[in-house]
Design a protein around this ligand. Structure first.
Ligand SMILES: N[C@@H](CCC(=O)N[C@@H](CS)C(=O)NCC(=O)O)C(=O)O
Length: 219
């Protein structure tokens, strides 16, 4: 099987990227990383729109067939590579894990989109500034929610092995730095993410994307 992951450094594509690294380590199935330069609008080009009509990363090509949306890609990877143990198998535990992954994707993530792109939500400068200001506060609340979830975890989100959730939690905390949120102000979250970034699949994906955890720049 040929798998190609279209990703952008530090984007939500990091979530399936880590999943693919785990699959490679546990099953030997490799994948081809395909860098999409968002700053060069490569995601707006017709060739890419043919893969992902939303002009977003991630996209996964499986034997040349496209699959989009973080949750759908993660679900397909989990079902296709059960040996990688990416999600719990018991129905209730699986549903709870899916609930939290979905929340990161459909609540925390769009909140950050308003931080980054207020121009997509309002026309006047004043309205954009307000969208941004409110989104920063709301995004911090999202990060606090994640901190509440992981506070009691001895190691990683789902147990002893990193998975999609840890990759998303890393991504959100890293984005927090761009929103002006000091990761040190969320000490339990930061301590957990320091464990996450030490895990081999996460290290491999970070190295390929050339990203660091620390994006916070005190003004
Ligand atoms: N719901 C989509 C969200 C994807 C998304 O927001 N991707 C961002 C990067 S994190 C993107 O490609 N943004 C490009 C843009 O908005 O121009 C998914 O789960 O795949």
């Amino acid at each position: 099987m040929k798998m190609q992951l279209y990703f952008a450094p530090g984007a939500c594509s990091f979530v399936p990227h880590v999943g693919l690294e785990i699959i490679k380590a546990t099953t030997g199935q490799d994948f081809e990383p395909k860098l999409v330069k968002l700053h060069k609008d490569e995601h707006q080009k017709p060739e890419y729109l043919a893969i992902n009509a939303d002009a977003q990363v991630p996209s996964l090509l499986v034997d040349a067939k496209p699959l989009t949306q973080v949750l759908a890609i993660c679900d397909w990877l989990d079902r296709s590579f059960p040996k990688a143990e990416l999600m719990p198998t018991a129905a209730w535990a699986h549903a709870q894990a899916l609930r939290q992954l979905a929340w990161m994707n459909n609540t925390a993530h769009p909140t950050f989109r308003r931080v980054m792109f207020p121009d997509r939500y309002a026309e006047s400068e004043a309205a954009r500034a307000e969208v941004h200001r409110m989104a920063v506060t709301q995004f911090r609340t999202c990060l606090e929610r994640v901190q509440g979830w992981i506070e009691t975890k001895p190691r990683y989100w789902l147990g002893d092995q990193v998975s999609f959730h840890d990759a998303y939690a890393f991504t959100l905390l890293r984005w927090g730095g761009y929103a002006g949120i000091d990761p040190k102000s969320l000490p339990a979250y930061l301590a957990y993410i320091e464990r996450v970034v030490a895990a081999e699949p996460v290290k491999a994906a970070m190295a390929r994307e050339r990203i660091q955890l620390d994006t916070f720049n005190p003004a």
